[in-house]
Design a binder for this molecule. Sequence first.
Ligand SMILES: Nc1ncnc2c1ncn2[C@@H]1O[C@H](COP(=O)(O)OP(=O)(O)OP(=O)(O)O)[C@@H](O)[C@H]1O
Length: 246
Amino acid sequence: MLEIVDLHVEVGSKEILKGISLTIPDGETHILFGPNGSGKTTLMMSIMGLPKYKILSGKIIFNGIDITYMPTHERAKLGIGMMFQKPPAIRGVELKKLSEIIKSLRNTDVDVDEYARILNLEEHLSREVNLGFSGGEIKRSELLQLICQRPSLVLLDEPESGVDLDNITLLGNMIKKLLKGEKVRKRQTSGLIVTHTGYILEYVNADKGHILIDGKLVCSGPAKDLFEEIRQNGFGRCEGCLQDII
Ligand SMILES: Nc1ncnc2c1ncn2[C@@H]1O[C@H](COP(=O)(O)OP(=O)(O)OP(=O)(O)O)[C@@H](O)[C@H]1O
């Protein structure tokens, strides 16, 4: 599904990712942990192909296609979808209109009104995307757009941050459905999720976790075990690991 090979990425003339190699097979969900500023969002944005994230070297292969230098909209068409940590507001475009555009991009038959109802976004459909939305409403709006796209690789950057406990349950269950619900064009959906709180682990069946420190993946293993280690000891021992491989 996704294969990243020795990826080096620069942002604002600073090298942030320093040789990432990562494989996410069909149907697997991987969790990305790491301290603030370690490069988690940078990795997500690089997979999505945002222009600010300059690939210095390495490769990103998606379903056998080299997408390293492919524009973002082409990646979205291929089936890579992302829930952004801080998505922008889109003036002049209503959420319903954007949802329909996303549907047509991937030729999906998602019932926008029905999912808007489930996500408590019925009134938001006629509003400009994310403009004046609360933090939790933005997350639900992002999720509605993802559902419309029906991606085969789902990238979620801190999906639960700023969301109240009731809405975490709603969001968590919808994400679970999105990841495990059905085959998308003969492929099982895969996921890469960034989390600090670990709430999302209650909802998704995480196959593997990875710890990113200072632009390098320093550790991989069972996601819940890694989270427990971080919860108890912080990233201190991981930093020790990093010392060993420098
Ligand atoms: N335009 C820029 N110029 C210089 N440095 C940048 C720029 N954009 C991002 N960075 C730096 O890149 C580093 C990695 O940022 P990134 O958002 O990927 O971290 P993160 O692991 O997602 O952090 P968090 O957990 O806080 O969300 C940070 O130190 C950030 O300040």
